[in-house]
Design a protein around this ligand. Structure first.
Ligand SMILES: NC(=O)c1ccc[n+]([C@@H]2O[C@H](COP(=O)([O-])OP(=O)(O)OC[C@H]3O[C@@H](n4cnc5c(N)ncnc54)[C@H](O)[C@@H]3O)[C@@H](O)[C@H]2O)c1
Length: 295
């Protein structure tokens, strides 16, 4: 008996960086074929290497098999030519978070796909409504926001731009339902969508509380982990996200809304200015170079 053909059997993915690699893997694991567009062959190679390494680690942990790894990799193809995207059933962009880059690329893509092909964005902080407004048939544009690392994080936000048609939202919710372990949250197009809109003020409050010496970093995190049952405390989370990434996101949300909850706390700006970005620099709230004892 033949396997049922999934909706959106051929996905066109723009960008094979951190998110593109994870998302390509997720779609390929669902049985879809994925055509990834990148700027050059080196970028394509590093994307394939990232997927391969992730799956290899899965094999070592007994989470997947060598056969599954080759099946997943076999469903992903790379290209550097926009014209090759003409036959895909939906396009998801996961390129650099820069409005000019995204708009210019999406305009080129819209010129080669059919006028009804859904065009989706994985943006974290840009307005999907504004991206849609610059494209023909904006009703076929929506956000599809995966979290990092995409193969592990189970929430996918389906972002409804002002123009998005309901039929597309329904198809995207069904699509997410076919991705192993994933759960769709339908959300309005607002800065931070749902998860980050709630997370950013919380992280800002915690940095402020730490700056006011309410408690040590270790005690803040342990209290939240053990008191609320969270898997990781907020300062540990900031070290992992990158303080610069959070500063950029919360500044963008503040600029868009003027809501003081998003205003970056002064200590956050200072830590970033000092190059204490968290795990990626070895300096953060929990690392050797920024504990109260060092002050
Ligand atoms: N990293 C995260 O934690 C995270 C989480 C959720 C969403 N996002 C969003 O996902 C998107 C991608 O983020 P990332 O972290 O993967 O970035 P990244 O820098 O790791 O990857 C971006 C990729 O886009 C490619 N690219 C740039 N211009 C291109 C073009 N014209 N054509 C084809 N490819 C092009 C780059 O070569 C690069 O490989 C952003 O919109 C970001 O906001 C990121």
């Amino acid at each position: 008996m033949n396997e049922p053909v999934p909706d959106f059997p051929r996905i066109g993915l723009l960008g094979f960086g951190t998110m593109g690699a994870g998302i390509a893997q997720v779609f390929a694991a669902s049985g879809r074929s994925v055509l990834v567009l990148e700027t050059g062959s080196e970028r394509l190679e590093s994307g394939f290497a990232a997927v391969s390494a992730f799956l290899e680690e899965g094999i070592a942990r007994g989470k997947t098999t060598a056969d599954e790894k080759s099946a997943v990799l076999g469903r992903i193809a790379g290209t550097t030519s926009v014209a090759e995207l003409g036959c895909v059933d939906a396009v998801l962009e996961a390129v650099t978070e820069d409005p000019g880059t995204k708009q210019a690329l999406l305009a080129r893509v819209a010129a080669v796909v059919t006028e009804h092909t859904p065009i989706l964005s994985n943006t974290s902080a840009l307005s999907v409504t504004e991206l849609a407004a610059a494209l023909p048939n904006p009703e076929r544009v929506a956000g599809l926001h995966f979290f990092n690392p995409a193969p592990l994080m189970r929430t996918v936000e389906v972002v409804r731009a002002l123009q998005t048609e309901q039929a597309l939202i329904d198809r995207l919710v069904a699509l997410v339902g076919t991705l192993a372990g994933k759960n769709a949250a339908v959300v309005k197009d607002r800065p931070g969508f749902l998860v980050n809109a709630l997370l950013m003020p919380y992280l800002n409050d915690v940095v402020q509380a730490y700056d006011e010496e309410l408690a040590t970093a270790a005690d803040i995190d342990l209290a939240i982990e053990l008191g609320l049952g969270h898997k990781i405390g907020p300062l540990r989370m900031l070290d992992m996200i990158g303080l610069d990434v959070h500063l950029h996101a919360t500044t963008a949300a503040y600029t868009a809304t003027l809501d003081p909850a998003y205003a970056p706390p002064p200590l956050l700006r200072q830590l970033v200015a000092a190059g204490r970005l968290g795990d990626k620099t070895g300096h953060g709230f929990h690392n050797r170079c920024h504990s109260r004892e060092d002050d």
